[in-house]
Design a protein around this ligand. Structure first.
Ligand SMILES: [Fe+2]
Ligand SMILES: [Fe+2]
Length: 392
């Protein structure tokens, strides 16, 4: 509805009739049209009182700013800040009028803002929507040519692993969406966009597995498939384990994807997937930062999660990490980085894999600093294995 055709008077909210709030005391064409509509509704048995319940209906027309991305979710919200604690159990959209008869549809466990909030969830969601891509047409599949058997086998082992972990990365955040009050819809929508991203990552790595005549190889050991992430009972713990630790190391690896690519198709896969992963990691870092700033009483608990995460890192920087030693996928990464499975290539591949792990640790430390927990790297709390790896 536009301002021209809708009522503006605050008198509308209490059901009185007469002025339209324009100061003139007359009945505007918009108010007359509304009255006619209400009358028509009454005659036909429709209750249209809800149309009177807003005193600003049609007054604030939002303007699109094409230069800044059009009409964005974050443009809608002034004056409708999410509550610090939500008692909304009925699925009511934030800002909507309460219907007392509404049934309870969710006993949401996340109803405290600091448990899930971050400052830029709407922006991250909009970015996700704008940057969707298609594995069918945005990857130059025709650039893949025949590769030596050991390289192709390594590629298939790595993509088998990545298909598996991408499933976890979609599955785990999925269960938290229905646990979150609709009052915090921005992080919910971001998590929905993440699931779409992870579905695409699953499909693109699966396609690469088969694209050159190969196929799926060995499943990874059970622990790898996100057991700790999936068993987290708290959203922030899950987010630290998934967004910051698990996806962080994958993002660092994808950013070095050129080093293990043999054609433009593989380069494109890593570049596009890294672009998505950087949003997922940003979500985790920004949420942890918000929690640190608004609920510092949970700091020790968070440090405790980080202790556990770093213990995994120190044993080769993480079980979800294809560059960690001792896994089928890490042997594959070594072969791909070194350019073959002969001794000289494996030695070279091992050297580059160490550089990858060092970058993973450095970027993890930087993310934890941004989140506000960097004191652990100065006061001796951080796992010494991390610093040893950086300085190796
Ligand atoms: Fe992913
Ligand atoms: Fe991800």
């Amino acid at each position: 509805m536009t301002a021209e055709t809708t009522p503006t008077g605050t008198t509308s909210t209490n059901g009185t009739n007469g002025t339209n709030g324009d100061g003139g005391g007359g009945v505007s064409p918009g108010r007359a049209a509304l009255d006619a509509l209400l009358e028509a509704g009454r005659e036909r048995g429709y209750k249209l009182d809800w149309m009177l319940a807003r005193d600003t209906l049609g007054e604030q027309v939002l303007e699109m700013d094409a230069q800044h991305g059009g009409l964005l979710l974050q443009d809608l919200e002034p004056g409708l800040e999410p509550p610090e604690h939500s008692d909304n159990l009925t699925g009511r959209p934030r800002g909507a009028n309460i219907r007392p008869s509404a049934p309870r549809v969710g006993n949401y466990s996340i109803r405290t803002k600091s448990d899930i909030w971050l400052k830029n969830a709407a922006q991250l969601y909009e970015e996700a929507v704008q940057r969707q891509w298609s594995s069918a047409v945005d990857i130059p599949w025709s650039t893949i040519e025949e590769l030596p058997d050991d390289i192709e086998r390594a590629e298939c082992q790595l993509t088998t692993f990545l298909t598996e972990v991408e499933f976890v990365a979609g599955d785990v955040p999925g269960k938290w969406i229905a646990e979150t009050t609709p009052d915090y819809f921005e992080p919910r929508m971001f998590l929905i966009s993440q699931i779409m991203d992870e579905a695409r990552h699953m499909d693109v790595f699966r396609k690469r597995t088969f694209a050159n005549g190969g196929g799926l190889l060995m499943q990874t050991p059970a622990r790898v498939a996100g057991v700790e992430i999936d068993s987290a009972r708290d959203f922030t713990e899950m987010s630290a384990r998934l967004h910051i630790a698990g996806e962080g190391v994958v993002l660092s690896l994808f950013r070095m994807g050129e080093l293990m690519s043999y054609n433009d198709a593989e380069k494109s896969i890593y570049r596009l997937a890294a672009s998505d992963e950087s949003r997922h990691v940003a979500f985790g870092v920004m949420h942890l930062q918000y929690l640190r700033q608004t609920d510092p009483g949970r700091s020790e608990e968070i440090h405790n999660y980080l202790d556990d995460i770093e213990l995994g890192f120190s044993q080769g920087i993480g079980v979800q990490n294809p560059a960690a030693p001792g896994m089928p996928a890490s042997d594959a990464v070594t072969i791909l980085l070194g350019g073959g499975s002969d001794a000289a290539s494996l030695a070279e591949g091992s050297k580059i894999a160490l550089a990858v792990r060092q970058r993973q640790v450095k970027e993890y430390m930087q993310r934890i600093r941004v989140a506000g927990f960097g004191d652990r790297f100065e006061n001796g709390r951080a796992n010494p294995g991390l610093l040893e790896l950086v300085n190796a």
